[in-house]
Each structure stands twice: as structure tokens, then as C-alpha cells.
Design a protein around this ligand. Structure first.
Ligand SMILES: Cc1cc2nc3c(=O)[nH]c(=O)nc-3n(C[C@H](O)[C@H](O)[C@H](O)COP(=O)(O)OP(=O)(O)OC[C@H]3O[C@@H](n4cnc5c(N)ncnc54)[C@H](O)[C@@H]3O)c2cc1C
Length: 464
């Protein structure tokens, strides 16, 4: 029987272990998979916490259904019926700019009438049609790409907030090709974003006429989806399916080495585990440390992937204390609007039963690559900062009855310029060692769907 150890029990590690078991079973292969996790709990960034009747997400609050990976995983785990789609009004998203909230447009008419972008800014976006295609294959930052094609206002009010919301990233540092590969492809394939939209819309209409089942032309936005018990339900279902006996907690791995016979040794405290194959599903900096003695070059490349810090602040209020209309998803700040906050999600408007009857749950995000200094603040300073910001944006003056502050010192990997080349280098180097595999959110996507997709692909490689 093949012994396989997965290091790191976050979503990526658990999904990889589960996929190895599933794929091995389908191929009649005998494998034993163990997952070693540093903490006393599995799930990594995914952790739903019950706090005084509120359901607070420590990390992700859901996944989008525009990609199939997580939906398929849920089906395989038999938990599809437990899925909880976000409320319809969660499609309404806002950006805070120049003293007020602006609803993000959903279509061309809303774009023309919308108050977020100035008339000049709208003209500049429309002029994207005439911007020549960039043919160079070299990487470009998200900020340079946006300035070049859509103008500075679109960068500040549309793209920078989105980059903060997804990656907690700084668009001046982020790689377009690694962070938003589809946008890069649209320019390469169609010559520009508006040209792509027109061609895809035309294609969509003719496919529809021909009776084909089609998705929305701009690519389906998908529905943010979770579970009534929060994203934790996915972690629990994975843990149950893998078998609790195969999950080893408080097992921080310090070193990985390869024996003469090709087998692997994994050291955690006084324990040494032996395996035929190992998968590092830990953050890149953690994988670097454990691989340092085996291959300093590989470790050095892994160390080059930086992480943005993030504070998550959950606030509970009595509904009666809030006059603002919280009918929507929440808002992000336009660039330069707030010193520290990325935005605030209206969690109890997004999903049912996130707050007790008559209460409201808000979740603010602070920090990210642009404001790492917030990590130095103490809890009281953080609370003051968030409350002051909520007074400005939503007019909330009341004191919250619940405040929970979650600190992610290294929250989300930053895909900087040249990230794709760096990842290719890491994977090529790792593949020189038979039985060594690397996966996780540091390489090909940070979303839950991306982690699950990487897990499926890694499991295939492990069993190949
Ligand atoms: C605040 C926040 C909000 C987010 N929101 C969303 C969202 O709404 N939707 C979405 O799709 N994505 C979201 N994401 C991204 C997504 O949650 C993550 O990319 C994903 O959960 C990462 O999973 P992972 O297993 O790759 O990494 P992690 O969750 O970081 O797991 C790595 C695991 O390795 C363990 N480990 C570390 N060192 C060692 C060691 N030496 N030995 C053993 N184990 C070790 C860690 O303890 C951890 O459990 C969010 C992320 C954050 C931080």
C-alpha cells in the first residue's frame, strides 16, 4: 500500500487528500493518506465561528458558482443539498468614493447613468475600443494594464477596489497574467476588452438563436454560495470523508528529507513519519522552511512569494440602531478614500441566519498590501478605526454589541510581476524529486474554486 502524507490541513490539503482517496479508489489503487496539520483545528483560513448567536467567518464567506470545481466537490461529498446561495440582493455591490456609496453598474445603461465614474472617465473607458493591443508577452502590472486600456479613473474606482476585495493586493504590484488571466486573454484574443464584449455578446445571441445552452456573454458572474453553518461545513464534510483517524493535528512539520531508497521522511516535533509520496499544501513560506535542507534553491523561490496581511473585524448591531439601507453585498473603498479599510461586507444581508433575529452582522476588512501598518494596532485602536469609518460610510454611530477581531498576519499570497514564471520554476524544481508535490493557494489562484481545482490536478499527478 502506498503511504502518502499531505502537509497542511487547510482547504487545499484536505481537498487534495480527499481527491487522492477518491481517484485511487476509482483506479483500484491501495493508498493510505495522512494529513499533518500544525494547528489544533483543520481548515486553515476557512473557519466559521459562532459568536454570541452571530455566525462570523474568520476567512472566506463563500465561493462563486461560475466555476464548477467546488460544486462538483460538494456533490461528491454528498452535501449539495446543504448549499446556501446568497440572497438575490447580494448582487448589488457598492464602491465608496467622494463621500458616498455608488452602486456598481450591471449593464450598459446603468454604466451610463451611474454616479461613480465622471463623464470624462466614462469617455476614457469607451475609448478603450481604440487602444491598440499590446503584443508583448512580458508580464504587466494590473495597474499599468488598467491605465493603458481604461484610464486612471477606472483604475482608482473600479479595478483597485476589486483587487483589494479579492487579493487584498496592490494593483501596482499585482501581475495581470497571474491574477486575472482571463482579462489578459481577452486582450490577446480579441484586441481589447470592449471588442471582446461585443464579439462574445454577438456569439451569445447567435448561440441562443441556434438553441444552444449558453452562459452570459461576459462570463457568468456566478452566485456567491456557502452553507447555513458557514464555509466550515465544507471543511467538516472533507474531514469526515477523509476519515478523522487520518487527520493528525498539532503536527507542525519542520523538515522534509529523502532517504537513499527514495522514501520520504517528515519530521514533526519528536515524530518522524515515513511516506512514499508527500504533498506540501502549506503556505509557500512554510513549505520553504521545511524544504530548506533538501533544496535551498527551491526554498529560495518559494520564499519569494509574499503575503498580504489582513484584519477581519465582525461587528454585530441591533437592526434598530442602523438607519442605512443595507440591502446589498457591501462596499469597497475607491483608492485613496480610506487610510486602512478595504471595505465592509453586509454579511447578514448576503446570507440568511448570520445574525440573531433583529440584529445585523457587518464584516470589515483592513490592511492588505497597501496598508500593512494596521497590523501594529491594538484591538481598541482597530475597533475605533472601524467604527469611525462606519460612521462616515453608513452613518452608524451606535456602539456594536459584538466585536470580533481576527488577525491574518500572512493572509493572502501576492502574485507579483513574473509570478507565473516563478511558479513554473518552483514546479519544475520540485518535479526533479520523485514523489514530491506542491499545491495550495500560492500558485495558480487564491479562490476556493482555484484551491479545489489545484487539489484535483495535484491528486492526479500524485497517482500518475
Ligand atoms: C480573510 C480572507 C477572506 C477570504 N475570502 C474568500 C472568499 O470569500 N472566497 C474565496 O473563494 N476565497 C476567499 N479567501 C481565500 C481562501 O480562503 C484561501 O485561498 C484558501 O482558504 C486557502 O487554503 P489553503 O489550504 O491553500 O491555505 P491555508 O488555509 O493557509 O492552509 C494552510 C494550512 O497549512 C498549515 N500549516 C502551516 N505551516 C505548517 C507546518 N509547518 N506543518 C503543518 N501544517 C502547517 C496551516 O496551519 C493551515 O492550516 C479568503 C482568504 C482570507 C484570508
Amino acid at each position: 500500500m502506498q503511504q502518502i502524507i499531505v502537509i497542511g490541513g487547510g482547504l487545499s490539503g484536505l481537498a487534495t487528500a480527499y481527491q487522492i482517496q477518491q481517484q485511487a479508489q476509482a483506479q483500484n489503487l491501495a493508498v493510505n493518506v495522512k494529513v499533518l496539520e500544525k494547528e489544533a483545528r483543520f481548515g486553515g483560513k476557512a473557519w466559521s465561528r459562532q459568536e454570541s448567536g452571530y455566525l462570523c467567518e474568520w476567512g472566506p464567506n463563500g465561493f462563486l458558482t461560475n466555476k464548477p470545481q467546488t460544486l462538483e466537490l460538494c456533490q461528491s461529498l454528498g452535501i449539495s443539498e446543504q448549499l446556501l446561495p446568497s440572497n438575490d440582493n447580494a448582487r448589488k455591490r457598492f464602491v465608496f468614493s467622494q463621500g458616498k456609496l455608488h452602486k456598481l453598474p450591471h449593464n450598459q445603461i446603468e454604466f451610463l447613468t451611474n454616479s461613480l465614474i465622471s463623464f470624462k472617465g466614462k469617455l476614457r473607458i469607451a475609448a478603450e475600443f481604440f487602444v491598440p493591443q499590446r503584443h508583448a508577452s512580458s508580464d504587466e502590472t494590473l495597474a499599468d494594464f488598467t491605465r493603458r486600456r481604461l484610464g486612471a479613473e477606472a483604475l482608482n474606482k473600479l479595478i483597485a477596489p476589486m483587487a483589494g476585495g479579492i487579493f487584498a493586493g496592490d494593483p501596482e504590484q499585482m501581475s495581470l497574467q497571474a491574477c486575472f488571466p482571463r482579462i489578459y486573454q481577452l486582450e490577446q484574443e480579441y484586441g481589447g476588452l470592449l471588442k471582446a464584449m461585443l464579439r462574445l455578446t454577438r456569439q451569445h445571441h447567435s448561440d441562443k438563436k441556434a438553441g444552444k445552452v449558453v452562459a452570459s456573454p461576459a462570463g457568468p458572474g456566478g452566485v456567491l454560495t456557502s452553507f447555513s453553518g458557514g464555509i466550515q461545513e465544507l471543511i467538516s464534510a472533507l474531514s469526515d470523508a477523509i476519515g478523522r483517524a487520518n487527520l493528525i493535528q498539532t503536527a507542525a512539520v519542520s523538515q522534509i528529507s529523502q532517504l537513499q531508497n527514495g522514501q520520504w521522511q517528515v519530521t514533526s516535533g519528536n515524530e518522524v513519519y515515513t511516506a512514499d509520496k508527500i504533498v506540501c499544501a502549506t503556505p509557500a513560506f512554510a513549505s520553504a522552511e521545511m524544504l530548506q535542507n533538501l533544496d535551498a534553491d527551491l526554498a529560495n523561490s518559494l520564499q519569494q512569494i509574499n503575503y498580504a496581511p489582513l484584519l477581519v473585524v465582525c461587528l454585530g448591531y441591533a437592526q434598530a440602531q442602523i438607519e442605512a439601507d443595507l440591502n446589498g453585498f457591501g462596499y469597497l473603498f475607491a483608492r485613496g478614500e480610506d487610510e486602512a479599510l478595504l471595505g465592509t461586507l453586509w454579511d447578514s444581508s448576503i446570507f440568511a441566519a448570520r445574525a440573531p433575529e433583529g440584529k445585523v452582522l457587518l464584516r470589515s476588512m483592513l490592511g492588505g498590501a497597501s496598508h500593512p501598518q494596521v497590523m501594529n494596532l491594538d484591538d481598541q485602536q482597530i475597533q475605533q478605526l472601524v467604527q469611525k469609518s462606519l460612521t462616515t460610510t453608513l452613518g452608524i454611530k451606535a456602539t456594536p454589541e459584538l466585536v470580533q477581531i481576527y488577525r491574518h498576519v500572512q493572509a493572502i499570497p501576492a502574485y507579483g510581476l513574473g509570478h507565473k514564471d516563478l511558479v513554473a520554476k518552483i514546479m519544475a524544481r520540485a518535479s526533479q524529486y520523485s514523489g514530491l508535490f506542491i499545491t495550495g493557494n500560492a500558485y495558480t489562484g487564491v479562490g476556493i474554486n482555484d484551491c479545489v481545482a489545484a487539489a484535483v490536478a495535484t491528486a492526479k499527478q500524485v497517482l500518475a
